[in-house]
Design a binder for this molecule. Structure first.
Ligand code: 13P
Length: 257
Protein backbone atom coordinates (compact mmCIF):
# COMPACT_ATOMS: atom_id res chain seq x y z
CA UNK A 1 0.00 0.00 0.00
CA UNK A 2 1.39 3.46 -0.94
CA UNK A 3 2.33 5.56 2.08
CA UNK A 4 0.17 8.50 3.13
CA UNK A 5 1.99 11.69 4.04
CA UNK A 6 0.04 14.38 5.84
CA UNK A 7 1.92 17.62 6.34
CA UNK A 8 0.46 19.55 9.26
CA UNK A 9 1.58 23.19 8.98
CA UNK A 10 -0.04 23.99 12.36
CA UNK A 11 -0.27 27.80 12.76
CA UNK A 12 2.31 28.54 10.04
CA UNK A 13 3.49 30.38 8.01
CA UNK A 14 2.86 34.02 8.96
CA UNK A 15 1.81 35.48 5.61
CA UNK A 16 -0.20 34.50 2.56
CA UNK A 17 2.84 35.10 0.38
CA UNK A 18 4.89 32.60 2.38
CA UNK A 19 2.01 30.12 2.27
CA UNK A 20 1.88 30.42 -1.49
CA UNK A 21 5.62 29.84 -1.76
CA UNK A 22 5.32 26.75 0.43
CA UNK A 23 2.47 25.43 -1.70
CA UNK A 24 4.82 25.82 -4.67
CA UNK A 25 7.33 23.49 -3.02
CA UNK A 26 4.65 20.81 -2.61
CA UNK A 27 3.36 21.28 -6.15
CA UNK A 28 6.84 20.48 -7.43
CA UNK A 29 7.25 17.53 -5.08
CA UNK A 30 4.11 15.48 -5.82
CA UNK A 31 4.86 11.82 -6.30
CA UNK A 32 2.94 9.06 -8.02
CA UNK A 33 4.18 6.62 -5.41
CA UNK A 34 2.71 8.14 -2.26
CA UNK A 35 -0.33 10.12 -1.24
CA UNK A 36 0.56 13.70 -0.28
CA UNK A 37 -1.82 15.88 1.71
CA UNK A 38 -1.15 19.34 3.11
CA UNK A 39 -2.91 20.82 6.11
CA UNK A 40 -2.51 24.62 6.25
CA UNK A 41 -4.28 26.70 8.92
CA UNK A 42 -7.74 27.93 7.86
CA UNK A 43 -6.58 31.43 6.90
CA UNK A 44 -4.39 29.86 4.19
CA UNK A 45 -6.43 26.74 3.50
CA UNK A 46 -9.27 28.48 1.64
CA UNK A 47 -6.93 30.59 -0.43
CA UNK A 48 -4.53 27.76 -1.35
CA UNK A 49 -7.29 25.27 -2.02
CA UNK A 50 -8.75 27.70 -4.56
CA UNK A 51 -5.36 27.70 -6.33
CA UNK A 52 -5.51 24.00 -7.12
CA UNK A 53 -5.62 21.77 -8.99
CA UNK A 54 -2.41 19.87 -8.87
CA UNK A 55 -3.01 16.21 -9.38
CA UNK A 56 -1.85 14.14 -6.43
CA UNK A 57 -1.93 16.91 -3.81
CA UNK A 58 -4.74 16.67 -1.27
CA UNK A 59 -5.96 19.28 1.22
CA UNK A 60 -6.76 18.76 4.89
CA UNK A 61 -8.42 21.06 7.43
CA UNK A 62 -7.05 21.23 10.96
CA UNK A 63 -10.48 20.97 12.58
CA UNK A 64 -14.22 20.87 11.99
CA UNK A 65 -17.24 21.10 14.26
CA UNK A 66 -19.83 18.42 15.14
CA UNK A 67 -22.69 20.40 13.61
CA UNK A 68 -22.88 21.80 10.09
CA UNK A 69 -25.27 24.67 10.73
CA UNK A 70 -26.62 26.77 13.58
CA UNK A 71 -25.73 29.14 16.41
CA UNK A 72 -22.10 28.03 16.87
CA UNK A 73 -19.83 31.06 16.75
CA UNK A 74 -16.37 30.27 15.44
CA UNK A 75 -17.27 26.75 14.31
CA UNK A 76 -16.39 25.27 10.92
CA UNK A 77 -18.82 23.05 9.01
CA UNK A 78 -17.51 19.66 7.90
CA UNK A 79 -20.00 19.65 5.04
CA UNK A 80 -18.80 23.00 3.78
CA UNK A 81 -15.20 21.81 3.88
CA UNK A 82 -16.18 18.83 1.76
CA UNK A 83 -18.15 21.00 -0.67
CA UNK A 84 -15.10 23.28 -1.01
CA UNK A 85 -13.07 20.34 -2.28
CA UNK A 86 -11.23 19.53 0.94
CA UNK A 87 -11.07 15.81 1.62
CA UNK A 88 -9.40 15.40 5.00
CA UNK A 89 -9.64 16.84 8.50
CA UNK A 90 -7.27 16.39 11.47
CA UNK A 91 -9.20 15.66 14.67
CA UNK A 92 -8.12 15.04 18.25
CA UNK A 93 -4.66 16.54 17.88
CA UNK A 94 -2.89 16.72 21.24
CA UNK A 95 -2.37 20.46 20.80
CA UNK A 96 -6.16 20.92 20.70
CA UNK A 97 -6.60 18.59 23.64
CA UNK A 98 -3.97 20.50 25.66
CA UNK A 99 -4.64 24.13 24.69
CA UNK A 100 -8.39 24.01 23.98
CA UNK A 101 -9.56 21.27 26.31
CA UNK A 102 -10.80 18.93 23.59
CA UNK A 103 -12.01 15.62 25.05
CA UNK A 104 -12.51 12.17 23.53
CA UNK A 105 -16.27 12.80 23.66
CA UNK A 106 -15.87 15.98 21.60
CA UNK A 107 -13.52 14.23 19.17
CA UNK A 108 -16.11 11.47 18.84
CA UNK A 109 -18.89 13.89 17.82
CA UNK A 110 -16.56 15.57 15.33
CA UNK A 111 -15.55 12.24 13.78
CA UNK A 112 -19.18 11.19 13.31
CA UNK A 113 -20.08 14.48 11.68
CA UNK A 114 -16.96 14.40 9.50
CA UNK A 115 -17.61 10.93 8.10
CA UNK A 116 -21.31 11.69 7.74
CA UNK A 117 -20.32 14.74 5.66
CA UNK A 118 -17.92 12.78 3.44
CA UNK A 119 -14.65 13.97 4.98
CA UNK A 120 -11.84 11.58 5.86
CA UNK A 121 -10.79 12.21 9.45
CA UNK A 122 -7.16 11.87 10.49
CA UNK A 123 -7.63 11.13 14.17
CA UNK A 124 -4.70 11.54 16.57
CA UNK A 125 -4.06 9.39 19.59
CA UNK A 126 -1.03 9.10 21.83
CA UNK A 127 0.24 9.16 25.36
CA UNK A 128 1.90 11.96 27.32
CA UNK A 129 5.34 11.70 28.92
CA UNK A 130 4.03 10.69 32.33
CA UNK A 131 2.06 7.79 30.89
CA UNK A 132 4.93 6.82 28.63
CA UNK A 133 7.27 6.56 31.62
CA UNK A 134 4.99 3.92 33.16
CA UNK A 135 5.76 1.41 30.43
CA UNK A 136 4.15 -0.37 27.48
CA UNK A 137 1.18 -1.94 29.27
CA UNK A 138 0.06 1.39 30.72
CA UNK A 139 0.54 3.08 27.32
CA UNK A 140 -1.65 0.44 25.65
CA UNK A 141 -4.36 0.86 28.28
CA UNK A 142 -4.26 4.63 27.81
CA UNK A 143 -4.58 4.37 24.05
CA UNK A 144 -7.36 1.82 24.24
CA UNK A 145 -9.31 4.23 26.47
CA UNK A 146 -8.76 7.11 24.03
CA UNK A 147 -9.85 4.98 21.06
CA UNK A 148 -12.91 3.67 22.88
CA UNK A 149 -14.03 7.19 23.76
CA UNK A 150 -13.34 8.74 20.38
CA UNK A 151 -14.64 5.95 18.15
CA UNK A 152 -17.96 5.34 19.93
CA UNK A 153 -21.06 4.79 17.82
CA UNK A 154 -19.29 3.82 14.61
CA UNK A 155 -21.32 0.64 14.27
CA UNK A 156 -24.17 2.35 12.49
CA UNK A 157 -21.83 3.66 9.79
CA UNK A 158 -20.91 1.80 6.62
CA UNK A 159 -17.67 -0.07 6.24
CA UNK A 160 -16.44 2.42 3.66
CA UNK A 161 -17.14 5.32 6.05
CA UNK A 162 -15.25 3.49 8.78
CA UNK A 163 -12.38 2.70 6.47
CA UNK A 164 -12.17 6.37 5.51
CA UNK A 165 -10.84 7.10 9.01
CA UNK A 166 -7.07 7.37 9.22
CA UNK A 167 -5.56 6.98 12.66
CA UNK A 168 -2.35 8.75 13.63
CA UNK A 169 -0.31 7.50 16.54
CA UNK A 170 1.32 10.66 17.86
CA UNK A 171 2.97 10.18 21.23
CA UNK A 172 2.69 13.65 22.74
CA UNK A 173 6.17 13.50 24.25
CA UNK A 174 7.72 12.83 20.81
CA UNK A 175 6.26 15.90 19.09
CA UNK A 176 9.19 18.12 18.13
CA UNK A 177 8.13 21.03 20.33
CA UNK A 178 8.03 18.76 23.36
CA UNK A 179 10.97 16.50 22.58
CA UNK A 180 13.54 18.82 21.03
CA UNK A 181 12.93 17.01 17.72
CA UNK A 182 13.64 13.52 19.04
CA UNK A 183 11.23 10.90 17.66
CA UNK A 184 9.95 7.69 19.20
CA UNK A 185 12.01 4.63 18.32
CA UNK A 186 10.60 3.26 15.04
CA UNK A 187 10.40 -0.26 16.49
CA UNK A 188 8.40 0.95 19.52
CA UNK A 189 6.11 3.05 17.33
CA UNK A 190 5.51 0.06 15.03
CA UNK A 191 4.64 -2.11 18.04
CA UNK A 192 2.00 0.35 19.29
CA UNK A 193 0.68 0.80 15.76
CA UNK A 194 0.21 -2.95 15.45
CA UNK A 195 -1.67 -2.90 18.76
CA UNK A 196 -3.91 -0.05 17.48
CA UNK A 197 -4.60 -1.91 14.23
CA UNK A 198 -5.61 -5.07 16.09
CA UNK A 199 -8.01 -3.03 18.23
CA UNK A 200 -9.49 -1.26 15.22
CA UNK A 201 -10.27 -4.61 13.62
CA UNK A 202 -11.44 -6.52 16.69
CA UNK A 203 -13.30 -3.79 18.62
CA UNK A 204 -14.43 -1.35 15.94
CA UNK A 205 -14.98 -3.49 12.84
CA UNK A 206 -12.38 -1.86 10.61
CA UNK A 207 -11.32 -3.96 7.65
CA UNK A 208 -8.13 -2.33 6.45
CA UNK A 209 -6.96 0.08 9.15
CA UNK A 210 -4.51 2.76 8.08
CA UNK A 211 -2.33 4.02 10.92
CA UNK A 212 0.30 6.74 10.57
CA UNK A 213 3.10 7.74 12.92
CA UNK A 214 3.64 11.37 13.96
CA UNK A 215 6.25 12.99 16.19
CA UNK A 216 9.54 14.53 15.05
CA UNK A 217 9.57 12.80 11.67
CA UNK A 218 12.28 14.35 9.53
CA UNK A 219 14.64 13.70 6.63
CA UNK A 220 17.21 12.12 8.92
CA UNK A 221 14.96 9.50 10.53
CA UNK A 222 12.39 8.80 7.79
CA UNK A 223 14.30 5.83 6.38
CA UNK A 224 14.41 4.05 9.71
CA UNK A 225 10.62 4.39 10.10
CA UNK A 226 10.10 3.11 6.58
CA UNK A 227 11.62 -0.23 7.42
CA UNK A 228 8.47 -1.03 9.44
CA UNK A 229 5.64 -2.01 7.12
CA UNK A 230 3.06 -1.67 9.91
CA UNK A 231 3.43 2.12 9.57
CA UNK A 232 1.21 3.28 6.71
CA UNK A 233 2.56 6.81 6.54
CA UNK A 234 3.38 9.88 8.56
CA UNK A 235 1.84 12.97 10.08
CA UNK A 236 4.61 15.54 9.81
CA UNK A 237 4.72 18.84 11.71
CA UNK A 238 7.86 20.95 11.87
CA UNK A 239 9.51 19.40 8.80
CA UNK A 240 6.48 20.32 6.67
CA UNK A 241 7.71 23.94 6.53
CA UNK A 242 11.14 23.24 5.05
CA UNK A 243 11.83 22.52 1.37
CA UNK A 244 14.70 20.13 1.87
CA UNK A 245 12.84 18.20 4.55
CA UNK A 246 9.71 17.91 2.39
CA UNK A 247 11.61 16.77 -0.69
CA UNK A 248 13.62 14.13 1.13
CA UNK A 249 10.64 12.75 3.07
CA UNK A 250 8.55 12.47 -0.11
CA UNK A 251 11.41 10.95 -2.07
CA UNK A 252 12.12 8.31 0.57
CA UNK A 253 8.44 7.41 0.96
CA UNK A 254 8.00 7.21 -2.81
CA UNK A 255 11.01 4.92 -3.10
CA UNK A 256 9.47 2.44 -0.67
CA UNK A 257 7.52 -0.21 -2.60
P1 13P B 1 6.37 17.43 14.68
O1 13P B 1 6.65 16.70 13.39
O2 13P B 1 6.80 18.85 14.67
O3 13P B 1 6.85 16.65 15.84
O4 13P B 1 4.79 17.50 14.83
C1 13P B 1 4.06 16.36 14.80
C2 13P B 1 2.65 16.75 14.79
O5 13P B 1 2.14 17.23 15.79
C3 13P B 1 1.91 16.59 13.53
O6 13P B 1 0.56 16.68 13.73
Amino acid sequence: MAKTLIFNWKLNPATQKQAEALLGVYQKTVSKNCEIVISPPFEHLWFLNAKKPVLGLGFCAQDCFWENLGPYTGAVSALNLKLSGIDYVILGHSEKRIHLGETDAMVNKKILNAIGSGLKPVVCFGEDLKTHAKGEDVVKKFIKKQLTGALKGLNSYSLSQKNSIIVAYEPVWAISNNSGNVADSPADAAKIIEFIKDLLVSNFGFQVPRVLYGGSVNRKNIKSFLSFDQINGFLVGRASLDREEIQTIVRECGAKP
